[in-house]
Design a protein around this ligand. Structure first.
Ligand code: CUA
Length: 623
């Protein structure tokens, strides 16, 4: 339904007959690495547009989304592109000739006014936010019928209970899945395969062409793997990536001195326990920001990608030799933090079927290990496991539990977001991921060439400014504004006793669905337009071009697919995230306030914040 609504409000006006006299508009566009000048071209629908293209340095090209125009032009000549601007909206134009490391991000925008798709999407976001909040308000108000907190408390209890027990289906009931997952070689095989793949990535990163879009490592890590992780594995498979991740493989096999069989010997590690003060994801919050700071370089320079990945593997190996089990994955890995946060949305979980049975059963093989398998490498106890965040889905407990008390459940989306136990480090992860999605969208996909230059280390002072801005936005601005809205939530609720800090941390979890969908929207913007690189680098992974054509697809050209449809997919993702987030906000509010009336009022400012965030992303993508 949401899809057809988006279609109607947003698509229809783009083809509505134009008003006013069409004009002929001429633009002189200068291109140099890695920007167009002007980067924004504004016309009215119906205008006849003439672009005179010149390059100030190397060969560039221009491809205009949805208009399907593609023209390559050389330095010193003026190439002309002519078309009728018959579709309203904002359309990216992209450099279509590989011109250097930032080439995939050499973008501009053609805005054909009136920009109905953006306005339509904005109005739709307002209607949807208002409608979702309105639906919460229309529910029977228990305050009137039943003064006191009984009814509300019952509502919360039933929600939590519902989240915990009902609507579950245990995948292990399916015979072949059960046999596969219980087999000792299950995780080993997946890890070994991905390690092999990883080896190709390291080799091509270190020895392949320095041009990112022709290099296997860049294309398969930052386009294929990233899209797979964000758009499929995380939203649908929880931490399944951690099941197959090659980074900790060497360390884990060395610790165990075994690949597959469970050996009953002392683990090959000092086995130190991670310091208590660091048993949280703060370190991962900061290490993610550290990688994010240099992302313009890491994402585009194969050597940088290779060195980062190598350093991860070395760190994981060292950590495995010093600390027990998967300390690296749990507390150090910079990807681990956001994977744990967003895995809570996923409709898959590994849980004890009956936690009471765990309590009564003293042997605790799931912690200590048994003949069948190792004690939980993630240092969790399945008996009390209540959310996906720190379960690496290694399937050891499924093998070790003698009572057959572990299930792999299919469950409703977002069930873990209702877990009452909330933490400041996770709240900050939610801010960091949301802010980073915005910053990445602006830097990588925006029309601002200077910003790309700053992020790309063009000069140290400018990079310093960029770094400062990035850190301040992530750590101060977004949390600060959210604090204000949490305070407003308290004010609206009229409940004096609830501390703002508690609301701030609790409501931060409402940013998880919207944040994830913002990343999905970000990923849409490049996966369809750059996905075709995968075919050509598959046949020539090093990009050397001499005799390499493994699968005969080496000369597969750059083909953007569905470029005109990207904004609609982005609207769909963002609006779905908005609805989801507002609903989570109401449930979170119910947990924090005694009366559902208070909760309903407290949700208003939070819904306002969420709508504002959605507007910012709509503006970035469509405005
Ligand atoms: Cu300019 Cu590619």
């Amino acid at each position: 339904m949401l899809a057809s609504l988006v279609g109607l409000t947003v698509w229809l006006p783009t083809v509505w007959p134009a008003q006013g006299e069409p004009q002929t508009r001429v633009f002189v566009v200068k291109a140099k690495m890695f920007a167009f000048d002007p980067a924004t071209i504004r016309v009215r629908r119906g205008d006849h547009v003439i672009l005179k293209l010149t390059s100030l340095d190397v060969v560039h090209g221009i491809y205009i989304d949805a208009y399907g125009i593609n023209k390559i032009f050389f330095p010193g000549e003026v190439a002309t592109v002519e078309f009728d601007a018959d579709r309203a909206g904002k359309f990216k134009f992209r450099c279509s000739y590989t011109c250097g490391n930032m080439h995939p991000f050499m973008l501009g925008q053609l805005i054909v006014e009136p920009n109905y798709p953006f306005r339509g999407a904005a109005i739709l976001a307002l209607l949807i936010a208002g409608g979702t909040v309105g639906l919460l308000w229309r529910r029977r108000n228990p305050d009137k019928d039943n003064p006191g907190s009984g009814a509300e408390a019952a509502e919360v209890r039933s929600m939590v209970a519902q989240a915990a027990t009902t609507e579950r289906f245990d995948l292990l009931q399916i015979g072949f899945i059960r046999r596969m997952v219980r087999h000792r070689a299950f995780q080993y095989t997946l890890m070994a395969l991905s390690l092999l793949f990883f080896l190709v990535i390291i080799l091509t990163a270190l020895f392949g062409t320095p041009i990112g879009s022709h290099n296997f490592a860049i294309v398969f890590v930052w386009i294929v793997w990233w899209a797979l992780l964000i758009a499929i594995l995380l939203p649908f498979g929880a931490r399944f990536w951690c099941t197959i991740c090659p980074l900790p493989a060497l360390g884990e096999w060395l610790q165990r001195l075994s690949f597959i069989r469970r050996r009953n010997r002392r683990p090959f590690t000092l086995g130190k326990v991670w310091p208590k003060r660091l048993r949280n994801i703060w370190l991962q919050n900061f290490s993610f920001l550290g990688v994010a700071l240099f992302s313009a370089v890491i994402l585009t320079v194969p050597l940088a990608t290779g060195l980062v990945l190598l350093s991860f593997i070395v760190l994981a190996l060292i950590a495995a030799l010093i600390f027990q089990r998967r300390t690296f994955c749990r507390y150090i890995c910079s990807l681990g933090g956001f994977i744990s946060l967003y895995s809570m949305v996923s409709p898959v979980e590994i849980r004890a079927k009956d936690p009471k049975l765990c309590e009564r059963h003293g042997a605790k093989e799931c912690i200590r290990g048994s003949e069948e398998g190792y004690g939980c490498p993630w240092m969790e106890y399945p008996g009390t496991l209540e959310r996906n965040a720190y379960c690496g889905m290694c399937t050891e407990c499924i093998k070790t539990c003698p009572l057959d008390n572990i299930a792999v459940n299919i469950r409703p989306f977002g069930a873990d977001l209702m877990v009452p136990h909330r933490r400041m480090d996770e709240a900050y992860k939610a801010f960091i991921m949301l802010a980073s999605a915005g910053i990445y969208s602006a830097v990588m996909l925006g029309p601002w060439g200077w910003l790309k230059g700053w992020a790309n280390l063009s000069s140290l002072p400018h990079f310093g400014l960029y770094a400062l801005g990035l850190l301040a936005t992530n750590l101060l601005v977004v949390p600060g504004v959210f604090w204000l809205f949490s305070w407003l939530g308290k004010l609206f609720s009229g409940a004096r006793a609830v501390p703002v800090k508690k609301l701030f941390v609790s409501f931060a979890y409402t940013l998880v669905p919207l944040g994830l969908m913002a990343w999905v929207a970000f990923t849409f913007s490049f996966i369809f337009t750059t996905g075709s690189y995968a075919l050509s680098v598959l046949s020539d992974p090093f990009g050397w071009g001499q005799g390499w054509n493994l699968f005969g697809t080496k000369d597969f050209p750059w083909v953007p697919v569905l470029a005109g449809g990207i904004p609609y997919l982005q609207i769909l993702a963002l609006l779905a995230g908005l609805i989801f987030s507002i609903r989570v906000a109401y449930r979170v509010a119910l947990q924090n306030f005694e009366r559902s009336g208070q909760a309903r009022r407290a949700v208003i400012p939070i819904a306002f914040f969420l709508t504002g965030v959605t507007m910012i992303f709509l503006q970035l993508y469509l405005g």
